[in-house]
Design a binder for this molecule. Structure first.
Ligand code: SF4
Length: 192
């Protein structure tokens, strides 16, 4: 008789869902039909690497973000694996621009010029086109839906994106992380 412990079965299920999340991020609707989303599944020793990068980003930051980086790093260590989802923020189809102004610049060309000047020393790179922001939100919503449909605990974490950006794991402007876990009570809420 072949037997699989519940822990092994649960972890296998979580890893399967991580792959399904990556697929959901890929098939999520993209504005203007241009896909600027990237994702990465993080597992094994790289979870510790990511947790350390998050903690390393804490010193010198305001208490709110510093405490969040350290607290979320503990969550990363306690998770089975995670999915990172990022987006690049260039204007889409610049040869046929919308020039909507929502990014704070009057034209798409102005946004591209501002981006060419390089970013500040901040968590993420900007400015980005608002349509890229929409795509990231849609992809994250699709990802969380897949996790929820399979009853896998999860949470969207800005702080994981900070660590992953420091590690240069995705060539994107913004990254949000989604750690995954399955325990009797979600480890991502009521954390004190
Ligand atoms: S948000 Fe900015 S870059 Fe994006 S379509 Fe509008 S003007 Fe162009």
């Amino acid at each position: 008789m072949a037997r699989t412990s519940s822990t092994d079965a649960e972890h296998a299920g979580i890893r399967t869902v991580a792959s399904l999340i990556a697929a959901a991020a890929r098939t999520a609707p993209k504005t203007r039909g241009v896909d600027a989303i990237q994702s990465l599944v993080v597992d094994g020793e790289d979870m510790e690497t990511l947790a350390r990068a998050m903690e390393a980003a804490a010193p010198g930051r305001p208490d709110l973000i510093a405490n969040g980086l350290r607290r979320d790093a503990r969550n990363v260590r306690d998770s089975v694996c995670a999915v990172l989802i990022g987006v690049t923020g260039a204007a889409k189809k610049p040869e046929n621009p919308f020039d909507c102004g929502a990014c704070g610049l009057k034209t798409c060309s102005n946004l591209m010029n501002a981006r060419a000047k390089g970013g500040a020393d901040t968590d993420f790179f900007g400015p980005i086109c608002v349509f890229a922001s929409m795509d990231l939100g849609i992809a994250l919503g699709s990802a969380a839906r897949v996790a929820a449909e399979h009853n896998i605990d999860n949470r969207m974490m800005y702080t994981m994106g900070v660590g992953a950006t420091k590690l240069k794991w995705l060539d994107t402007d913004i990254i949000i992380g989604i750690p995954l876990s399955a325990t009797g009570k979600s480890i991502y809420f009521d954390r004190g």
